[in-house]
Design a protein around this ligand. Structure first.
Ligand SMILES: Cc1cc2nc3c(=O)[nH]c(=O)nc-3n(C[C@H](O)[C@H](O)[C@H](O)COP(=O)(O)OP(=O)(O)OC[C@H]3O[C@@H](n4cnc5c(N)ncnc54)[C@H](O)[C@@H]3O)c2cc1C
Length: 447
């Protein structure tokens, strides 16, 4: 008789948990996974996937306007939110089904319900108590709702994909990538969007030139911004409208409020104390480079560890854990040089060091920029400029960072990230022949 019910028990069937479960099972482990909501986790159910589909859906608004300049006549165009919403949600259902199939094909047992650790080897899910040799915590994160009177009148990204109807006026609290992405989507769909920010900048960790360009383009499009706004409370009015009341200044009114002020690791009700699992100073589960917690047989991956809150990172951490612990193939995730994007309108993408970070780390750096109007925008009469920026180490000529805002920037940057990760030099960029006519050719033409 084995000492435990399972070799591995995973808590959370999101990006990290599903990958770890199926890879560990593939290595021969007896695996079970607990999920309290829906298999697929944040990314598939209420994050990257439905968000990106809304980005696609909303961009038609501009494309259909521009189409006229390209000779198209579009009579009687209109937009129907329930159609977009329901098609997106149907796609989410389809993907969830694929995740279920993946787990069952690998003989991973799925337990539905909230999982709580009773001790380092025992987990309770509903009325079932099971034991496991190793435990992986992959419970992700959830939207932060500020501790303010009336905060409950706002919704979060969890609810935004299910709106009955679109509001006329939307307030988005926050300045990070989720705030800017939803600002772009809902503005395109005809909603009056105001982004309310506690500080004075958007996208704090991004290169300042790109941040400024996004702000300028967003304002030109008609998105409103209120900076340095310290909130006192939120009120719901008798007519159903919402008012954000700043500590000083007049109320900011709208029909809906979306909180996009950050995400916090899901650690509540997990029984971390009972198992003796320690947190770090960000209230995330503290782990070492092998995703191992302070308790020898308990590991954690993904957003709950708050290293880099992105799907491909959670997936890699889950894969590295499973290969290392169950596959006799030890390896570690490299958290440096991770590409990321903001699917705002237009989108931003970045890899490596910003100009400021590169100057801190390397002292002397060369900066190359290309500030241009994509030919499609020129013909469309759309005065929107793209900005590409390369940050290069003056001593070695190595490209330390690449930053872009403009149409398709994330698609272009994924390939560019290979070059930056491979530590290529600016001279090697210059040796590459341009592919004409593209926007991406600017990357090899900056002098
Ligand atoms: C609106 C939005 C847009 C995003 N866009 C992008 C993007 O474009 N690109 C990108 O890379 N990332 C994006 N992300 C982030 C990405 O979704 C997360 O980084 C990723 O899902 C993290 O994976 P995870 O496995 O750590 O956690 P999750 O995918 O969140 O999975 C955790 C799972 O654990 C379950 N769970 C929690 N506690 C328990 C418990 N006690 N018992 C049982 N089950 C439990 C949860 O229900 C959940 O299903 C976005 C996130 C949001 C919210």
């Amino acid at each position: 008789m084995p000492a435990y019910d399972y070799d591995l028990f995973v808590i959370g069937a999101g990006s990290g948990g599903v990958r770890a479960s199926r890879i560990a099972a593939g290595h021969g482990a007896r695996v079970a996974v607990a999920e309290e909501h829906r298999v697929g986790g944040t990314c598939v159910i209420r994050g990257c996937v439905p968000k990106k589909l809304l980005v696609y859906g909303s961009h038609f608004a501009e494309d259909l306007v521009d189409a006229r300049r390209f000779g198209w006549t579009l009579e009687g165009k209109s937009f129907d939110w329930p159609t977009l919403r329901d098609n997106v949600l149907a796609e989410v259902d389809r993907l969830e089904g694929i995740y279920h199939t993946t787990l069952s094909n690998q003989s991973v047992e799925l337990l539905t319900g909230h999982a709580t650790l009773l001790d380092a080897h025992t987990v309770q899910v509903g009325d079932r108590t099971v034991t496991a040799d190793k435990i992986l915590i992959a419970t992700g994160a959830r939207p932060l709702i500020p501790d303010l009177p009336g905060a409950e009148h706002g919704i979060t990204s969890n609810e935004v994909f299910h709106l009955e109807k679109l509001p006329k006026r939307l307030l988005i609290a926050g300045g990070g990538y989720i705030a800017n992405e939803f600002a772009g989507v809902f503005h395109e769909l005809g909603v009056e969007v105001t982004l309310v920010n506690r500080g004075d900048m958007l996208l704090r960790d991004w290169d300042v030139a790109l941040r400024d360009r996004l702000l300028q383009i967003s304002m030109t499009k008609g998105i409103k911004f209120i900076f340095n706004c310290a909130l006192d409370r939120v009120e719901k009015r008798a007519d159903g409208s919402i008012a954000m009341i700043p500590k000083d200044g007049s109320p900011i009114e709208a029909d809906m409020l979306l909180w996009a002020v950050g995400r916090r690791p899901n650690i509540e009700g997990l029984g971390l104390d009972a198992a003796g699992v320690a947190l770090n100073d960000r209230h995330a589960i503290a782990v070492d480079e092998d995703s191992r917690t302070n308790v020898d047989n308990i590991y954690a991956v993904g957003d709950v560890t708050d290293r880099i809150q992105l799907t491909p990172i959670a997936i890699r951490e889950g894969q590295a854990f499973a290969d290392t612990v169950f596959g006799s193939k030890p390896w570690r995730v490299d958290h440096s040089c991770v590409p990321s994007a903001v699917f705002a309108n237009p989108p931003l993408a970045s890899v490596g060091l910003t100009e400021a970070a590169a100057r801190n780390a390397y002292g002397s750096v060369h900066v190359f920029t290309s500030d241009f109007r994509p030919m499609r925008n020129v013909l469309a009469g759309r005065n929107e400029r793209s900005l590409y920026k390369l940050v290069v180490d003056a001593a070695s000529d190595r490209v330390l960072g690449a930053h872009m805002i403009g149409p398709d920037a994330p698609e272009i940057l994924q390939a560019l990230a290979i070059a930056v990760k491979a530590r290529l030099t600016k001279a090697q960029f210059d040796e590459t022949v341009a592919l004409h006519p593209t926007m991406a050719e600017e990357l090899v033409l900056m002098r």
